[in-house]
Write a protein that binds this ligand. Structure first.
Ligand SMILES: O=C(O)CCC(=O)C(=O)O
Ligand SMILES: [Fe+2]
Length: 361
C-alpha cells in the first residue's frame, strides 16, 4: 500500500493523470471487501538500479545470439530445431494476425476491463521467494500500468516502482475471443495433436516496462513457443545441461541473476554458456524442453506462449520424477502422454490438464 500512497502524494504535486484515483479506488474496494488489492513497492535493494543506468548497461548484446530464421517452414522447424533441442527466433511469425495491431491497452480495457485477474508481485532479481499473487480488476491494473509508463518517461519513477505482472494466465480467460484476432496464426508449428485446440493451451502475459521473470526452466519440461505481440522482451537463455552451474531451488528456479551475475556468490556460473535474444512484436521464440530463461520486458509488453509436448518429451517429463520433479507435474505430463499415445484428442484430455494452466509454482 505504501507504493500507492507514494504515488498518491506524487500525484498531488504534479496534478496530472495518475494512480491517485485508482489508489483510492483500490483502498475503497478493499474496505468494501472486494477482490482488488493494492500493491506494495519492492524493497529498495531489490531489482534494478535507476532506469537510465539500466538502459545503458542492459541493452548491450553481451551473449551469443540465438539463431533467427525468417520464413522458417514447419518441416525445417521440427527437423532443424525441435529434433536438435536448439532455440530459434522466427521474426514476424504473427504477421498476418490482427492481434498485432489490435491488442492495445484500449482494446484490453474495452473487451476485458471488467474481468478480475490474478497478478504476480515481487518477481524480481532476488528470485521468487517473496512473490505474492493479488487480484485486481483488469481496467484498474491497466490504468496503473499506463500511469507508470508515463511517469517512467518523465523519470519520476524507476524500475522498482513498477506495478505487478499479469503473468501466465490462460489466454482465453482474459480474451475469450482471441481466436478471431489470431486468424492466420501458424498452428503447424505445433505437433498435429495440438493443432485444433492449441489456443486452449495458450497463456497470456501483460506487464509494464522492466517486468522480470527470473531464471528458471518450464516446470513440466515442455517445449515452449513464445509469441511477442507488443513491446520487446529480452531473453537470456542457457541449455538445460547448464543447470548445475545455476544454483537451482524449488525444482525450477535458479538463484543466479542472469543480467548481473554475482560470481562471488555463484562461482560456478562463471563457466556457464549463455545465449540471448530480443523478441519484437510479431516474433516467435522456440525454447526446447528444460531451457533456462530469464526474461525482461524492455517496454510495456504483451505476449502469449504455449507449452507443448511431443510423445517423447511427455514421457521424459514423467521420468523426471527421479530428478525431483514434483508429483503434481508428473501427473500433468502423464495426462499429455496418455492423450498422445492413445489418440485421445487434446480437447478431450484438457479437463484433467486445465488446473496446470492456472497453477502458480
Ligand atoms: O515473458 C515472461 O516474462 C516469461 C516467459 C516464460 O517464462 C515462458 O514463456 O515460459
Ligand atoms: Fe518459462
Amino acid at each position: 500500500m505504501e507504493n500507492l500512497i507514494a504515488q498518491k502524494s506524487m500525484a498531488k504535486t504534479d496534478g496530472g493523470h495518475d494512480c491517485a484515483r485508482q489508489s483510492s479506488a483500490f483502498s475503497a474496494s478493499m474496505e468494501a471487501g472486494s477482490v482488488a488489492i493494492g500493491w506494495e513497492p519492492m524493497s529498495p535493494t531489490d531489482d534494478l538500479p535507476a532506469v537510465s543506468h539500466w538502459k545503458t548497461t542492459q541493452s548491450k548484446n553481451r551473449y551469443a545470439a540465438v539463431e533467427r530464421r525468417e520464413n522458417l517452414s514447419s518441416a525445417s522447424f521440427f527437423s532443424d530445431f525441435v529434433a536438435k533441442n536448439r532455440p530459434v527466433v522466427v521474426p514476424n511469425a504473427l504477421q498476418s494476425c490482427r492481434a498485432l495491431s489490435c491488442w492495445t491497452t484500449d482494446y484490453l480495457h474495452k473487451v476485458a476491463g471488467n474481468r478480475t485477474v490474478k497478478l504476480k508481485q515481487g518477481l524480481n532479481e532476488e528470485g521468487v521467494t517473496g512473490m505474492k499473487t493479488i487480484m485486481s480488476r483488469l481496467n484498474e491494473y491497466l490504468d496503473c500500468v499506463t500511469d507508470f509508463e508515463a511517469r517512467l518517461q518523465r523519470h519520476e519513477v524507476s524500475a522498482k516502482d513498477r506495478p505487478p505482472y499479469l503473468h501466465d494466465l490462460p489466454l482465453l480467460s482474459v480474451l475469450p475471443d482471441a481466436a478471431n484476432d489470431l486468424a492466420g496464426f501458424p498452428a503447424d508449428y505445433f505437433p498435429r495433436w495440438y493443432q485444433a485446440d492449441w489456443l486452449k493451451f495458450a497463456q497470456f502475459f501483460f506487464g509494464p516496462s522492466h517486468s522480470l521473470t527470473p531464471l528458471h526452466f518450464d516446470c513440466l519440461l515442455t517445449h515452449n513457443l513464445f509469441f511477442q505481440v507488443r513491446g520487446r522482451k529480452r531473453f537470456i537463455l542457457l541449455e538445460h545441461n547448464q543447470l548445475p552451474l545455476c544454483y537451482r531451488y524449488k525444482w525450477r528456479w535458479c538463484e543466479v541473476n542472469a543480467e548481473n551475475p554475482d560470481f562471488m556468490r555463484h562461482p560456478l556460473y562463471r563457466e556457464a554458456q549463455v545465449q540471448e535474444c530480443t523478441v519484437e512484436p510479431g516474433d516467435m521464440l522456440y525454447m526446447p524442453p528444460g531451457m533456462l530463461h530469464h526474461v525482461r520486458s524492455l517496454e510495456c509488453s504483451t505476449s502469449f506462449n504455449v507449452d507443448w509436448h511431443t510423445r517423447a518429451s511427455a514421457i521424459h517429463g514423467m521420468v523426471a520424477l527421479m530428478r525431483g520433479m514434483p508429483l503434481k507435474n508428473v501427473y500433468y505430463n502423464a495426462v499429455i502422454a496418455l492423450g498422445q499415445c492413445t489418440g485421445l484428442s487434446a480437447g478431450r484430455v484438457l479437463p484433467w490438464y486445465r488446473s496446470y494452466l492456472n497453477y502458480v509454482s
